[in-house]
Structure formats: structure tokens, C-alpha cells
Design a protein around this ligand. Structure first.
Ligand code: LLP
Length: 401
């Protein structure tokens, strides 16, 4: 992404571990997806959970992006980044009463309903505010997305959405209510998908429900196909965006609506890297470890999903050593990569953990009372600090003694 000298300068200036984002890449990822859907009215709603730095949200809002939010705080972050309220969707199985009330007052595009009980709650709150809640229903199509079980969401054993039959009931109930207006239909079957087939099967199923609803005079305007487009961390197959968009159009079979897509990872993952520094090298009976200053609290994906992130050295050498790259946290699960062949690095050498822009910082924590890393962005060949490193004072400021 940037040249070696710059990595060294960045480490000197901002210290490590450090997240580095390339804003041109984020912009291009967004525009490529928008382009794939150009034949139709489309709205890309970036999934804020993937990376919610305000500067990234602002970059996307300025490009015209909408936002898929999973808490009211994400809605607030999208709004203060300049997003249009009519491009904000609020999803999630467990919205609290306060969150629903605030979202309705903010007049965002729609709330994604995930159960009948939630529908009744939204209706009650809308009634108390004397307004009409615009809703969408998340359909769980019970289709296997063929991804890691922790990020699979479209099977009936997953907590997300409702069955086709339940969705139909929800729409019929909503039609009779003075406080509900159904404008969308939604599915999201999982993340890091490398095969377009299960997405298109789901689209076909959900599209036929949409057609059925039309016959009942329930006119759905937004067909929301969720996110889930996978990226290449290693040697995965990836989804061809053109094939994806064409497949969705085919599933719609001429029905008039705006296609909504909620990508997170495919917008930011490959635009981000985490820079770490070697603290120690050690050998345990033939097993080699590089202990670096970045850990599972900074990037949880390897520990949580056994996810692969390419890790590259800035040094060139033909003599490679097999290392596990581990962090300082007191858990054996604290690793960034296992069995990687790298030059025989020493204390102070830098390593770049690739494709860390999505679900990296946003899943970071203060475990072991470690401070959250800084984030910088490359914007028009300039480096800008977009989040300062946490301080010890930040760490304890909410504690009351
Ligand atoms: N829409 C909904 C309703 C979602 O639940 C998600 C992600 C997205 C959109 C965006 O999906 P994406 O395009 O990023 O695949 N922490 C995990 C990923 C969890 C995804 C949760 N939902 C990871 O690091 O792989």
C-alpha cells in the first residue's frame, strides 16, 4: 500500500500497533459496487459495524452512500458524518425501546423488523409518538451461505429474521395498522461469502414473496439484499460484482423497486492494514514465535474465527523461518497468524497485517487493560491521524472509585 520508508516513519510518528487506511481504495470499492448496480435504482448502505471511524463514514456519506446501522449509536454516528436520514436503515434483533423511539424521531428511512414481537413494540412506540413507522422485514430464507458458522445468519437455527410465513403475517398485520408502513423487504444470510449462488437463491425466494405482497396491495419499494460479499484474505474465490448484480436483477424479474445493498467488509477490509512491531523472538523446543506488540484485543478475527490475515515483513530474505506471530495477551488464543514463513526478524522489525480494515478496530477491546491503537488514513498521498491512541486516562475515566 505504501513504501517501506513510510511504514517506518509511520511507526516512528504514531507508534505501533497502528491501523492504516487507504481512503482511495475505500472510495473505489464503493464506486465499483455502485457501478455494478447502475442499470437500476440502487442504494448502497454501508454496514457501519465493519469500521465506524467517523472519517470513513464521512468519506462514504460524501459519495452518496447510505448506512446500515445495528445500534442507535451507529445511527447517530452516520448522522453526524453527514448522511442523509432517508438513507439510514436500522437493523438488529434486539433494538431497545429507547433506540426505537429515537430512530422514529430521527425519521430515518426504515427499521428492519426481526420478529412479530418487535413489530408490535414498534407499533406501540410509533402510536405513542403519533407517527407512522416505516418498516422492512428481515426474512430468514433458511439457506446455507457456506461460511464460518459464527458469521452465518440465514439458517433457521440462527437468531436473525423471520420465516417467509411469519414475514407474510407481519406484512398483513402492518397493512391494517395506522402506525406502520411497510416499504422494504430484507435478507442477509451471512458474511465473507465466496459463492453467489446462496445469495441469489435467497433473492429469488424473497422476490417471490414481494410479488405475492403486491397482489395484496402491499407495495414494497426497497429490496434489500444485505451485505456479505467476501474478499480475498488468502486464496478464496470471490464474487464477481457484475454477476451478483445481474443475478439480483434476474431474481426480481421485472419488479420495480430500489435495490439496497449493505456491504461492510467489501468496502473497507482490503483498504486497511495493521502495523505491528516485533518485541521478542523466542523458541520453545523447535517452535518459533515472534511476539509482537499487536494482539487479539487489537485484531480479534484470528482468535475468534481462526481467520487468516496475510502478514508481511518489510525485510527481504531468502532465508525464511516458520513462525507463529503472537501478541502479549495472556491467552494461548492470542495470535495474529500461525505457521508463517518470514525472514528471521529481530526486535524492532515491523510487520504488516493485511486486509484489516473491516472488523478490526471495530471489534477491538481493552482486554488486559491494553490501550486501543491509533488509526491513520492516507488521503491524497497525505497521512492524517483519524483516531489518537487511547491514553491511560481514557482507559480509567469511566471508573468510579
Ligand atoms: N447487513 C447485516 C444485517 C449484517 O448483519 C452484516 C454483518 C452486514 C450487512 C455486513 O456484512 P459484510 O458485508 O461485512 O459481510 N465480525 C465478523 C463479521 C460479522 C458480520 C456481521 N454482520 C468478521 O470479522 O468476519
Amino acid at each position: 500500500m505504501i513504501d517501506i520508508k513510510n511504514y517506518e516513519n509511520l511507526a516512528k510518528t504514531y507508534k505501533t500497533p497502528l491501523y492504516i487506511y487507504d481512503f482511495d481504495k475505500i472510495k473505489n470499492n464503493y464506486l465499483d459496487l455502485k457501478e455494478a448496480f447502475k442499470a437500476r435504482k440502487s442504494l448502497i448502505c454501508y454496514a457501519v459495524k465493519a469500521n465506524s471511524n467517523l472519517n470513513i463514514l464521512k468519506l462514504l456519506a460524501d459519495l452518496g452512500s447510505g448506512f446500515d446501522c445495528v445500534s442507535f449509536n451507529e445511527v447517530k454516528k452516520a448522522l453526524i458524518s453527514g448522511a442523509s436520514r432517508y438513507k439510514i436503515i436500522f437493523s438488529g434483533v434486539g433494538k431497545t425501546d429507547d433506540e426505537i423511539e429515537n430512530a422514529l424521531k430521527e425519521d430515518i428511512l426504515m427499521l428492519n423488523i426481526e420478529s412479530f414481537e418487535e413489530l408490535l413494540n414498534v407499533e406501540k412506540i410509533a402510536k405513542s409518538l403519533n407517527l407512522k413507522a416505516r418498516i422492512s422485514v428481515r426474512v430468514n430464507p433458511n439457506i446455507n451461505p457456506k461460511t464460518h458458522p459464527y458469521i452465518s445468519t440465514g439458517l433457521k437455527e440462527n437468531k436473525f429474521g423471520v420465516s417467509i410465513n411469519e414475514a407474510r403475517k407481519i406484512y398483513i398485520y402492518a397493512k391494517k395498522s395506522d402506525f406502520l408502513e411497510s416499504i422494504g423487504i430484507h435478507f442477509h444470510i451471512g458474511s465473507q461469502l465466496s459463492d453467489v449462488t446462496p445469495i441469489l437463491e435467497s433473492a429469488t425466494l424473497v422476490s417471490s414473496l414481494m410479488r405475492e405482497l403486491k397482489a395484496l396491495e402491499i407495495d414494497i419499494k426497497f429490496f434489500d439484499i444485505g451485505g456479505g460479499i467476501g474478499i480475498k484474505y488468502d486464496d478464496e474465490k470471490t464474487i464477481n460484482l457484475y454477476e451478483y448484480a445481474q443475478g439480483v436483477l434476474k431474481a426480481l424479474d421485472g419488479q420495480d423497486c430500489t435495490i439496497v445493498c449493505e456491504p461492510g467488509r467489501s468496502i473497507v477490509a482490503n483498504a486497511g492494514e495493521m502495523l505491528v512491531k516485533v518485541l521478542y523472538k523466542k523458541e520453545n523446543d523447535g517452535k518459533n514465535f515472534l511476539i509482537v506488540d499487536g494482539a487479539m484485543n487489537d485484531l480479534l478475527r484470528p482468535s475468534l474465527y481462526n481467520a487468516f490475515h496475510n502478514i508481511v515483513s518489510l525485510k527481504n530474505s531468502q532465508d525464511l523461518v516458520n513462525f507463529d506471530i503472537v501478541g502479549p495477551i495472556c491467552e494461548s488464543g492470542d495470535f495474529l497468524g500461525k505457521d508463517r514463513y518470514l525472514p528471521n526478524l529481530d526486535k524492532g522489525d515491523l510487520l504488516v497485517v493485511k486486509d484489516a480494515g473491516a472488523y478490526g478496530f471495530s471489534m477491538s477491546s481493552n482486554y488486559n487493560s491494553r490501550l486501543k491503537p491509533a488509526e491513520v488514513a492516507l488521503i491524497n498521498s497525505e497521512v492524517k491521524l483519524i483516531r489518537k491512541r487511547q491514553s491511560f486516562e481514557d482507559l480509567i475515566k469511566d471508573e468510579r472509585v
